[in-house]
Design a protein around this ligand. Structure first.
Ligand code: ADP
Ligand code: MG
Length: 557
């Protein structure tokens, strides 16, 4: 629908950049994009204040790409980011948005990789340099002229940069650029130190602040769960097994994501469809009608496509991708809890989106409780419950219509009614896993959530010299301690072995044990802080898979 790309089209971006954005599947600019893009396109200095996940990268990348001259093969824009991981993310975003701009080159400059190729890429005519401050200063020491042609500077996540101690480096970098450059600063918070930088190095900056108004949500039960970005589909599938929903709307960020998730759901037998801005109006109405009358149970939508959607059957809203701001969160979850009914809203949160969750909680004045992914036992219980309720109504008159047939078949086959009923069940359930062992095998995730312990910001805070691949563990729930054992997958350990051993030997209740994460050469288990020393003593001689468990308290730093 052209009307939907209209939001971006009206901003004055270079046509090739606009084309790339539309190809990316963005339907509408986020608030920070809407407000920043015209300011940056006009060449103003700017201070942008907005939370994580609000789309800041495109807010500066799109106007800057629109303003550079691809014919000039020299650094024209410098983006500073606090960590290697963020620098790479920003560089990748620039590449995506510049796809239809031939001749634009992007180089990422960060510690822990050899300097030679980075310098070469700069000298070979990269117009966009995305760098961490520490490494950039190293380059400046070798060649003080590298930044002499930069016309646009962006400090991304300025508050984080200062927290990481890059103040002095920033001063060095500022001095190495022409004073006539445009400077833009993005930050989630504006502490005094940031204001001081702005005062000193920005010229009459315009302020763009995405205000977060207080919103109220009632009659909606909210919960969130932590997952890694690449586990969202499996998390959704598992949640759907245990959530008792009538109709559900799942929100994602892009058109492609609506198609992908809808396809994954259909493959599992759900009556699901995608709703996005590419879908023609009449088709869109058909989808909504189908959701209303039960021909569909799940719609996977972008914010824009779901606007105004009012279907009383919706009992659940699942925020598969984070909304950009608390307002759209409130909007989204307002799709349920209609007409005085209670609705349920689930929010999937990846590690770096935790701050956005806090903002949502603050703005709505409500706590969004953390829940864990249902484990195999819960999935099994839900499956059996569904099976029971689908069969129960048939029992009443089935004997009258099929009882004689049953007698005949058992006689012909020469089997017991139990054997025959079991065969019919197997057939009716289409090979669905209906024993604990089978469900466990089929579940791709470790019991009780446990998103893979892989940081989306690995290497963080270790920019200078030692680039340890830090794996940021998931946050601990209150009252829990993380313990480690040197036994891992390579010792033939699975989460359930650890769970079994700790339950049996430790005498704990199942609920007392939190996430269990089995990695190749070690495992992490969350246990109650209260009484931990005693528990560890109790487990001192416990063996799992023939090896000593030797569980110890684990400290991250
Ligand atoms: P921030 O820097 O504010 O934390 P990002 O720029 O990293 O946020 O954007 C977060 C996510 O949102 C990215 O995956 C990005 O591709 C996506 N995104 C950004 N703008 C839009 C938009 N207008 N429509 C859809 N997705 C968007
Ligand atoms: Mg960002």
């Amino acid at each position: 629908m052209t009307q939907l790309s209209g939001g971006f089209a009206a901003l004055g971006l270079h046509p090739n950049i606009l084309a790339a954005v539309i190809a990316t599947g963005y339907e509408e600019p986020s608030a920070i994009q809407l407000q920043s893009i015209p300011v940056i396109l006009d060449g103003h200095d700017m201070i942008g204040q907005a939370q994580t996940g609000t789309g800041k990268t495109a807010a500066f990348a799109l106007p800057i790409l629109s303003r550079i001259d691809p014919a000039k093969r020299e650094p024209q824009a410098l983006i500073l980011a606090p960590t290697r991981e963020l620098a790479l993310q920003v560089a990748t975003a620039f590449e995506t948005y510049a796809k239809q701009m031939p001749g634009v080159n992007v180089v990422a400059v960060y510690g822990g990789a050899p300097m030679g190729p980075q310098l070469k890429a700069i000298r070979n005519g990269a117009q966009i340099v995305v760098a961490t401050p520490g490494r950039l200063v190293d380059h400046l020491r070798r060649d003080e002229k590298v930044l002499s042609t930069v016309q646009h500077l962006v400090l991304d996540e300025a508050d984080e940069m200062l927290k990481l101690g890059f103040m002095d480096d920033l001063e060095v970098i500022f001095k190495a650029m022409p004073e006539t450059r445009q400077s833009v600063l993005f930050s989630a918070t504006l502490p005094h130190s940031i204001r001081a930088i702005a005062e000193k190095h920005l010229r009459n900056p315009k302020h763009v602040k995405i205000e977060t108004k207080t919103q109220t949500v009632t009659a909606i039960e909210q919960a969130h769960l932590l997952v890694h970005a690449d586990q969202k589909h499996s998390a959704v599938l598992r949640l759907l097994e245990v959530e008792e929903f009538d109709a559900l709307i799942a929100f994602v960020r892009t058109k492609q994501a609506t198609l992908d998730l809808a396809a994954a759901l259909e493959a599992k037998g759900y009556k699901a469809a995608a709703l996005n801005g590419d879908i023609a109006q009449n088709q869109r109405e058909r989808v909504i009608d189908s959701l209303k009358d039960g021909r569909l149970d799940i719609v996977v939508a972008t914010d824009v496509a779901a606007r105004g959607l009012d279907v009383p059957r919706i009992t659940h809203v699942m925020n598969v991708d984070m909304p950009y701001d608390p307002e759209s969160y409130v909007h989204r979850i307002g799709r349920t809890g209609r007409a005085g009914r209670t609705g349920r809203a689930l929010l999937l949160v990846t590690p770096r989106e935790r701050r956005m969750l806090q903002v949502i909680e603050r703005v709505t004045g409500q706590k969004v409780a953390e829940v864990r992914l249902p484990d195999a036992a819960a999935v099994l219980t839900a499956r059996i419950k569904k099976l029971t309720s689908s069969l129960a109504p048939l029992v009443a008159d089935a004997e009258a219509t099929h009882g004689d047939l049953l007698d005949r078949l058992t006689a012909d086959i020469g089997c017991s009614p139990r054997a025959l009923a079991a065969a019919l069940l197997r057939k009716a359930t289409n090979g669905q896993a209906l024993t604990l062992a089978e469900v466990e095998r089929e579940q791709p995730l470790v019991p009780n959530s446990a998103p893979r312990e892989r940081s989306e910001r690995s290497g963080e805070r270790s920019e200078r010299g030692d680039v340890r691949e830090r794996r940021a563990p998931m946050p601990l729930a209150d009252g829990r301690a993380r313990c480690r054992t040197a036994l891992g997958a390579r010792d033939g350990i699975a989460a359930k072995n650890l769970l079994g051993a700790i339950l049996n030997e430790g005498g704990l209740a199942r609920e007392a044990i939190g996430r269990i994460q089995v990695r190749d050469s070690f495992s992490l288990v969350e246990l109650p802080e209260d009484g931990l020393e005693r528990l560890l003593t109790k487990l001192k001689d416990t063996r799992v898979a023939g090896k000593q468990l030797k569980l110890r308290r684990y400290r991250e730093d």
